[in-house]
Design a protein around this ligand. Structure first.
Ligand code: GLN
Length: 202
């Protein structure tokens, strides 16, 4: 069978630490092709990149030692669409409230890690995301960060208990929760719209 002219966009999922499989599955269900990224050369030819949850301190250190931090920063700064969930949100932030860890530092947000309390490690909540209309999004939070403050370029997409937990800026999308752990593909589809728009521009 020949492939249609509208080829599925190839989206990378950073797979140094944390959960990459679920993101690959969600991207494929949403119509993309997914590739786990562990080495620099696996960044070649990507139309988008997902930075999954895990431990942002570990992901940052591994990105430094695998020589991925600078190349990813360069690609995203040049417009490669990126979707960061949980630790991925932390990695994209300009600043973390406490501590010193390698960051991509591309999104104009200041982030508090493990913000919802160390005791309550995880919880689930129905979130309102006005971009999706009335149907709530089931948010799964696992030692989640929140956005402490954001610059004027940042559009807040959802909040929980008064704290922003989803946002976008240019071609960057972040959530403090884990949409890949639900069957709801709306955020992955939203990200793929940005991917298609960026591909069309290029
Ligand atoms: N607490 C982690 C961090 O700050 C994020 C947790 C997660 O990705 N589920 O990096």
């Amino acid at each position: 069978m020949t492939r249609s002219a509208n080829k599925s966009p190839l989206v990378g999922v950073l797979a140094l630490q944390g959960a990459s499989r679920e993101h690959c599955r969600a991207l494929e269900k949403a119509g993309a092709a997914a590739r786990e990224v562990r080495r620099r050369r696996e960044l070649e030819g990507l139309a988008g990149l997902v930075i999954p949850g895990g431990e942002s301190t570990t992901i940052g250190k591994l990105m430094v030692s695998y020589h991925l931090l600078e190349p990813v920063r360069g690609l995203v700064a040049a417009g490669l669409p990126v979707f960061g969930t949980c630790a991925g949100l932390v990695m994209l932030a300009r600043e973390v409230v406490e501590g010193d860890q390698p960051l991509l530092g591309l999104m104009d947000i200041r982030v508090r890690r493990n913000a919802f309390g160390r005791q309550v490690k995880s919880f689930e909540a129905e979130l309102e995301l006005p971009v999706f209309g009335k149907e709530p999004f089931h948010g799964i939070f696992i030692r989640a960060p929140w956005i402490e403050s954001a610059g004027p370029e940042v559009e807040i997409l959802a909040g929980h208990e008064g704290h922003p937990v989803a946002a976008r800026q240019d071609s960057m999308l972040v959530t403090a929760f884990h949409p890949e752990l639900t069957q709801d593909l709306r955020l992955h589809r939203l990200f793929l719209e940005t991917v298609s728009a960026a591909t069309a521009r290029a």
